[in-house]
Write a protein that binds this ligand. Structure first.
Ligand SMILES: [Zn+2]
Ligand SMILES: [Zn+2]
Length: 302
């Protein structure tokens, strides 16, 4: 079952309460890390996210609280004898920083980094495999480019209506039905039709917004998403400050979730000024009741 684990929920100024941005998204075939702020490696160790299993890293933008942990993570993968290629999607300028880092540290990597610049000033599916697509969404932040990510499943495996089958059903029958095969008896008569005994669960749709102003026009694109992960750096009373610093408030996140009719909203990227976050959640819930605070170490089954 795909899972999402939150590793960093703070914003740019350090605090002992929260780490900078990082989220792990694990599909059966692909382990993805979204953003890699300072301290992400430690958070991965602490919360049992295996760096060795990482297939792909997505970096939203080049503010340090979203990428500074990358250099140490890439180095550790090397020290730990990684040989598997790592896919890295990020703003184009990150490549200069990486090259300089490897040059000055005289690093020779055992593994290949497949660096691909994210589309600039447009939104498109930049990654696709048999199971998922990933599309970038243009955020409006102090720095350009800044990307959000929309991850969608293309197809899902069939699930079985277990109660329809007798208790002594052989394991192979389950496997065949899950693969969409009808089950026949020895005379060739159809016992169980895959169409009747299985169903496709809803495809997963996840929307991750990075640092941004309120972007109501993206409601259509993220319509009916299972999870909207949105920054809520500031409380509603600091809307003016949010506008000036190109961030969002609790109510902005709530309004987008409501307009997009998402299932669940998770708010994150909290300003260091807040110790308790409860009132931020209350503000968000006043607009969109099914809202939650991002909590570091928490795993969400998708
Ligand atoms: Zn940030
Ligand atoms: Zn930023």
């Amino acid at each position: 079952m795909p899972t999402l684990k939150i590793l960093g929920t703070g914003s740019s100024t350090p605090t002992l309460l929260r780490c900078p941005s990082a989220i792990s998204v694990v599909f059966p075939h692909k382990h993805i890390l979204i953003d890699c702020g300072e301290n992400t490696q430690i958070q991965m160790l602490k919360h049992n996210v295996k760096a060795s299993k990482l297939d792909m890293i997505l970096i939203s933008h080049l503010h340090p609280d979203h990428y500074l942990g990358l250099f140490s993570l890439l180095n550790s993968l090397n020290v730990n004898h990684r040989t598997k290629t790592l896919q890295l999607f990020a703003p184009a300028d990150l490549l200069d920083l990486l090259r300089l880092n490897f040059k000055v540290s005289q690093a020779i990597l055992n593994y290949h980094i497949d660096f691909q610049a994210l589309p600039d000033e447009k939104e498109e599916i930049f990654y696709e495999d048999e199971w998922i697509t990933i599309e970038n969404m243009q955020m409006q932040h102090r720095i350009k480019p800044c990307n959000g990510f929309l991850i969608q499943e293309k197809q899902t495996r069939r699930n079985i209506y277990e109660t329809k089958l007798p208790n002594n059903t052989p394991p192979q029958t389950y496997i065949d039905l899950k693969n969409g095969l009808d089950i026949q008896d020895e005379n060739g008569n159809v016992l169980y039709k895959a169409e009747e005994y299985t169903y496709f669960p809803p495809k997963i749709k996840l929307a991750f917004f990075a640092d941004t102003k309120y972007l109501p026009h993206l409601a259509d694109k993220i319509k009916n998403a299972h999870i909207l992960y949105h920054e809520a750096t500031f409380e509603d009373a600091l809307e003016e400050k949010a506008k000036n610093t190109f961030h969002s408030t609790t109510k902005h996140a709530g309004m987008l979730a409501k307009n997009a009719n998402v299932e669940k909203l998770i708010i994150s990227h909290f300003s260091a000024r807040y110790r308790s976050l409860d009132f931020l959640l209350e503000e968000t819930k006043s607009i969109f009741p099914n809202s939650y605070l991002a909590i570091e170490g928490e795993e969400i089954c998708l």
